[in-house]
Ligand binder design. Structure first.
Ligand code: C2E
Ligand code: CA
Ligand code: CA
Length: 526
């Protein structure tokens, strides 16, 4: 059943997520700052990808060269040239390849690279083997890879990666790409564009810097810096480009959000429908857990704990449906039916002993909304009369999951129940909304200490919460029941603290009525 609870948490989480996503898309659509940030991140991501593609290509080429070195004679004869041409022809990532032997001979795949390597060369070394090279007028640039092999050095020009798709879609002259390093600046984006030409002119550079803004700086092996500049039109164009996608996302997220809200509402109404059906079909069954007087080693009462037994025989615990029943109001008919069932069960037990009243109370849990319902008194009175059960056999414990809104009304209802002879207990004290005033107003005769305080019971600590609660109960002249007693150590400790009414797995787990009936039939107790 924990799964069900998880799925509710998941619902909340998913609804929250979609709501945040919708707000974010709205902000992106309307704010220049957010669009700029999005553009920067997008550009950065794509440029990183391009950079890693280059690195991967270099690794592949390095492996090819490792093999090639054994096929060369290092004399630059026809065989060597053929080998170079072959590798260049079959490797799409190689633009051109050249061998320089140890004796100084040079040969290549005969591709004409003179326009790129025309002097004076501009270059930025990225590491000892990799160099970024551009010709003097910046009209061509390429990555060059140098590898030492057994008989010399191989120089490979690597084919350029396709341009960043984000930039190619932008208007001309609206952006600029530069690489700075080795006291050189290369305009590698579109060097023929007017903006590059203007920017490369030292005299006008200062003026234009006001119009075009730096948008991204990326380090290349810490040896060079890739820098992008753009005009404000870039962000507007980018925003116009992504707008249809954002609107589509917005529509998708909004649909998902509405769908989840509907499902959530629907599942709440499904639970209501199922519980109402379960009430009609008597699938909500009381289980009974003994409350003992540990001094006398005797049972003094039972707590009634509801279970939902499905048609397939699965038992659903109250924590899984009581909170929902409290929200949707079904808790009231559920409790009213339970009061009748419990009265009937008490009568059945009494009938085992010629109808003599039982010396135990059966304590039914009441949620805040039920104790504020004036019909409770009438329903209880009718049930007692109908099954000829004495009022002292019944008790109510007020669970403190939600605060009582109308304490005067609740006090009035409690007064009437008290007048009938029914005891009121306050549940989970120390954990909820109980105080001295509430205790008086609700005329409670008992407080129940929650299991979490019993779990951390420390008999040597005179200032523990349990000790304070005992002092509080003494002052208010009410009895104390300790819940969730699981070990003999806890039981002994509680006794030394003066708490002798115990409830917990140490004594008994909650059991269906048939078990209680069997015990009384076999032992013939009472
Ligand atoms: P609660 O009123 O605090 O009931 C005590 C819970 O502690 C029960 O869980 C019981 O089975 C469990 N318990 C008792 N002794 C031990 C122990 O030694 N060890 C451990 N681990 N657990 C122990 P259960 O039956 O699951 O009920 C959970 C809660 O559901 C109850 O807490 C009560 O607040 C609520 N509840 C149960 N039946 C009803 C009902 O008919 N109406 C309302 N309004 N609430 C109910
Ligand atoms: Ca309880
Ligand atoms: Ca409790």
């Amino acid at each position: 059943m924990k799964l069900k609870r998880l799925s509710f948490t998941f619902f909340n989480f998913a609804i929250g997520f979609f709501a945040i996503a919708i707000i974010t898309i709205f902000i992106t659509l309307s704010s220049q700052k957010v669009s700029t940030q999005l553009f920067k991140s997008h550009l950065n991501f794509l440029e990183n990808q391009r950079f890693y593609s280059y690195i991967n290509e270099i690794k592949n080429i390095s492996i090819l060269l490792d093999n090639l070195q054994y096929n060369l004679s290092y004399t630059c004869d026809l065989n060597d040239v053929t080998e170079l041409e072959k590798i260049s022809y079959y490797s799409p990532q190689i633009a051109s390849i050249q061998l320089t032997t140890h004796s100084g001979k040079k040969c290549s795949d005969h591709r004409d690279r003179s326009s790129l390597y025309s002097h004076p060369l501009q270059y930025i070394p990225l590491d000892p083997q990799i160099m970024l090279i551009a010709n003097k007028n910046n009209s061509q640039s390429i990555l060059q890879y140098n590898k030492n092999i057994i008989g010399g050095t191989i120089t490979v020009d690597i084919v350029q990666q396709p341009n960043n798709p984000l930039l190619t879609k932008l208007p001309k002259n609206s952006w600029l790409q530069m690489i700075e390093g080795n006291q050189t600046t290369l305009f590698t984006g579109d060097p023929t564009s007017a903006i590059s030409k203007i920017f490369s002119n030292e005299h006008v550079r200062g003026d234009i810097q006001n119009i075009i803004e730096p948008i991204l700086t990326m380090s290349l092996n810490n040896k060079a810096w890739l820098k992008y500049y753009s005009t404000p039109t870039v962000i507007n164009t980018y925003r116009a480009q992504i707008q249809p996608y954002l609107l589509l996302l917005l529509a998708l997220f909004t649909s998902a959000f509405i769908f989840l809200c509907y499902r959530r509402y629907h599942s709440a109404s499904i639970i209501k429908f199922l519980v109402e059906n379960a009430i009609k079909q008597n699938h909500l069954i009381p289980y009974y857990q003994a409350i003992v007087d540990a001094n006398k080693q005797q049972i003094c009462g039972y707590e009634v704990l509801i279970r939902w037994e499905t048609k397939k025989g699965k038992v659903i615990f109250p924590d899984e449906f009581i909170p929902q029943c409290e929200t949707n109001g079904v808790i009231t008919p559920l409790t009213f039916q339970l009061i009748n069932t419990v009265a009937k069960d008490i009568r059945k037990l009494e009938m085992l002993h010629q109808g003599k009243p039982l010396p135990y109370y059966f304590s039914i849990n009441l949620s805040a909304s039920v104790i504020q319902d004036p019909k409770l008194v009438e329903i209880t009175r009718n049930a007692l009369q109908h099954y000829k059960v004495k009022a002292h056999n019944l008790a109510f414990e007020l669970t403190e999951r939600a605060p009582i809104k109308d304490i005067e009304l609740a006090s009035h209802v409690c007064q009437k129940l008290n007048d009938m002879g029914i005891q009121i207990k306050l549940d989970d004290v120390g954990n909820g909304y109980c105080d001295f005033l509430a205790l008086q107003k609700l005329q409670a005769t008992t407080i129940k200490i929650d299991k979490i305080f019993i779990d951390e019971l420390d008999c040597n600590n005179k200032n523990s919460i349990v000790s304070s609660l005992v002092a509080f109960a003494d002052k208010a002249e009410v009895e104390v029941v300790a819940e969730g007693v699981e070990t003999t150590e806890q039981a002994e400790c509680l006794l030394t603290m003066g708490i002798h009414y115990h409830q917990g797995f140490l004594y008994s787990k909650p059991q269906p009525f048939t078990n209680i009936l069997k015990i009384y039939q076999s032992k013939n107790v009472i």
